[in-house]
Write a protein that binds this ligand. Sequence first.
Ligand SMILES: [Zn+2]
Length: 257
Amino acid sequence: MWRNLRILILLLILGIAAYGNWYDRLSTTDWDDMLYIGVFPVDEAGNEVSRDYVARLSDDSVADIEKFLNREAKRYGIAIDRPVSVRLYPPVTEMPPERAAGANALQNMWWSLKVRLYARRASRASGRPPPQIRIFVRYHDPTFTQSVPHSVGMQKGLVGVVHAFADREMTRANNVVIAHEILHTLGASDKYDPETLAPLYPAGYAEPDRQPRYPQSLTEIMAGRFAIDSQTFEMPNTLDEVRVGPETALEIRWTKR
Ligand SMILES: [Zn+2]
């Protein structure tokens, strides 16, 4: 009897979680109403440079993300006026949970659960209505940190954790990474080879039919880099040089099969 009850409760919890994920997926990719996206800065470095950088951030700092997503949505025939709103939220003082390097599947699941709880706490603390998608951006000081850990965007929980640089010269390049992780939360997959970082052909190319193929000058957002030649790949400096490819558009349901 108790055993059956325990199994029933477990099934109920799993059912609620599955329903929640299904509902999130449907409500964020129906493109009938404006989708609210919040960017939450986190002062990772905790020094004068990063504190000053985070303090100077405003809605303007993330405006080109909204412009990019709405421009591309329109190109794929999304009819509403403003498909997404991207707003800056007040800085978050609590640090996001750390993910251990080389974590296994179970540890990753545990980490993503902790991030979801963290996201809920941190967005409540802002005192503003929580956005549907929450992206936490951890700002590093480029003087001390040359390379940052991988950024993550999760469709389950609609949360992203981005590593970025507290440097005004880098703001627009940071926004390319933020846009990439936002699209992961909407169900888009990566379109580069994780070993070589080469954009996958043709899905990871913004202009796959270009003749000659190289050099490409635009980047597919989920490829993250564009190909100068078959061996050289570079990151774009701004979202002006980035496009959403047809495969990504299909994954986030801007288009249907
Ligand atoms: Zn990615």
